[in-house]
Design a protein around this ligand. Structure first.
Ligand SMILES: [Zn+2]
Length: 556
């Protein structure tokens, strides 16, 4: 039995007769765990743990089921996910036909004229194997403007929405964007790429648009966060990193905390360079250099994580900054970058010296190298501990991996994208680049900490889909990206728990089931060790506990 404090206290909960994956330094698996107040009291065998019980202790027979530490989704957008949960979440839908049926169903309950906003789809998830257009949407949405986001860089709108925004065959493409048109008629198809999306956004009511969230009211953000939290805890998520926040979102989360309405713990990443459209950079400069808060400020519930930056775009939108070519060649012209690379080192140093960490969105090997070099240089000039991170980091070079290990840069990775996107990679990526995509094995073998995340709503927040894909390297339709980069269930479990705790500097408090740590835990619906790899994606959660309190119980 491992137990160190509260030896005279009586446990509030005991879970026994199961498989308790502690995710401690040796990946020990116990059969029981005791919780006192908001902390883990002890783990061990059934007899010794049940011996601690007092009359009031609630004893839960696991009947062989597994307990794991609370899952930390180390990069995502919970509030934005709330928008699609209120509207329409289309991640993982198998066909355009089904998506349209769901749009119709949803609109039936909405007042005519109100906007329906949904997301996020990718064409390779659909049996039809193409992007949806307004011609799919129009028959089911005659009376409502509808816009449904792609996972990245595009959306589809119906005719009603295009008309409201005044988008016609005469409308020129805005700088950095494309209004896709029918090659025969020249009429818009409903697909709006990159900055063309903003033509629609300015028509949308405040707070229902992802790009204007920074301008949404605190009340609206609070209610979206409530919707999202309620859903995330059903999947065992006890902590999330909310990436890309402005002042209103910080205020909203703090309000929820002060009213004791948080169902899970949140680390906030303020938008910085690469997101200047949604951020007041003058205000940010003062906040970072002068105001006195920095990464780590807060408590176990709400705290500041790193500043969010972005260099390149996406893989499937062919905007990753990389040294190799897509199958069939790359689009003409330079990759559109989201910040001035000549200034990157200076900005990272500015943050580093002001005690802030940065988290940089990088996809391609060149973008990764630029980000890692900037972090490495900042450390060399000022070797103070920081929590710099890369977000996505699909193709790290061995030089980048060496430097990441050397200075302790964590990679916030999304095996969920393998699940959502891999089925389309045979058309996009040369075979060796499929194999090397999101190289989890390589990261671990190089000694780099990985923190698993969903990037919800870009991928579905179901963490067991990510677990399935990290282990099998398969997409939702079954396409496999080779197995050289596959990792084991315990390795991925660590990335889903301790990984996120390490990313926010909370590894002493969270991420594993060890005496003294916060009582964030999950009871799965089955025994994890006995679950065949193919069935990992079917895992469900029976109970989620956050801070010693049951926040979700299946069937209630
Ligand atoms: Zn993101």
């Amino acid at each position: 039995m491992t137990m160190k404090i509260w030896s005279c206290a009586q446990p509030d909960y005991i879970f026994y007769n199961g498989e308790v994956h502690t995710v401690n330094s040796t990946d020990h698996v116990a059969s029981a765990v005791a919780v006192v107040g908001n902390h883990i009291m002890a783990t061990g065998g059934d007899a010794e743990i049940r011996n601690l019980a007092a009359e009031e202790t609630r004893q839960i027979d696991l009947k062989g089921r597994s307990v794991i530490p609370g899952i930390i989704d180390a990069h995502g957008h919970a509030v934005e996910t709330g928008i699609f949960l209120e509207g329409l979440l289309v991640n993982g839908m198998p066909s355009i036909k089904e998506m349209m049926a769901r749009v119709e169903e949803k609109l039936a309950a909405m007042d005519p004229g109100t906007w329906l906003q949904g997301g996020c789809w990718i064409e390779t998830q659909f049996a039809e194997d193409r992007m949806p257009t307004r011609h799919d949407l129009d028959p089911v949405s005659p009376d409502h403007p509808v816009v449904i986001e792609r996972i990245f860089a595009a959306c589809v709108a119906n005719t009603h929405a295009l008309q409201l925004a005044g988008i016609t065959r005469e409308t020129p493409d805005p700088p950095g964007g494309v209004i896709e048109r029918d090659p025969k008629t020249g009429e818009p198809t409903g697909i709006l790429q990159r900055s063309a999306k903003s033509l629609l956004r300015k028509m949308m009511p405040t707070g229902t648009d992802t790009a204007s969230l920074a301008g949404g009211t605190v009340d609206e953000i609070e209610s979206l966060a409530r919707v999202a939290m309620k859903e995330l805890v059903k999947y065992g998520i006890t902590g999330t990193v909310e990436a890309g926040v402005g002042p209103e979102m910080c205020r909203a989360y703090q309000n929820l905390k002060s009213r004791d309405e948080l169902l899970l713990r949140v680390a906030l990443m303020p938008n910085w360079y690469g997101f200047t459209l949604t951020q007041n950079m003058e205000q940010m400069a003062r906040f970072i250099d002068e105001f006195g808060f920095y990464t780590g400020y807060g408590d176990d519930w709400v705290r500041l994580s790193g500043l969010k930056m972005a260099i390149d775009g996406g893989l499937t939108s062919k905007t990753a900054l990389k040294s190799w070519e897509y199958l069939g060649g790359d689009p003409a012209g330079e990759v559109p970058l989201r910040l001035d690379l000549n200034k990157l080192d200076g900005w990272v140093k500015q943050a580093h010296d002001a005690n802030w960490s940065v988290g940089i969105h990088v996809m391609g090997d060149i973008a990764i190298e630029k980000a890692v070099n900037a972090m490495h240089r900042a450390y060399q000039a000022n070797p103070a501990p920081r929590l710099h991170q890369l977000v996505h980091a699909y193709y790290p070079s061995s030089d980048s991996l060496d430097k990441m290990r050397e200075v302790g840069v964590v990679a916030a990775v999304q095996p969920a994208f393998i699940y959502g996107e891999a089925d389309g990679y045979p058309q996009l990526l040369p075979e060796d680049k499929q194999e090397q995509f999101l190289p989890l094995r390589t990261f671990i073998d190089a000694g780099v900490t990985i923190a698993a995340s969903s990037d919800t709503p870009c991928a579905h927040y179901n963490p067991f889909w990510g677990l399935y894909s990290a282990v099998t390297r398969k997409g939702m339709q079954g396409y496999q990206l080779g197995t050289a980069e596959a990792i084991s269930v315990p390795e991925m479990l660590r990335a889903m728990t301790m990984g996120g705790a390490t990313l926010t500097g909370e590894q002493e408090n969270k991420g594993s089931l060890e005496p003294g740590k916060l009582a964030d835990l999950v009871v799965l619906d089955r025994n994890l060790s006995a679950t065949p790899d193919e069935s990992l994606r079917d895992l469900e959660v029976d109970l989620t506990m956050v801070d010693g309190r049951v926040v979700y119980r299946k069937g209630e």
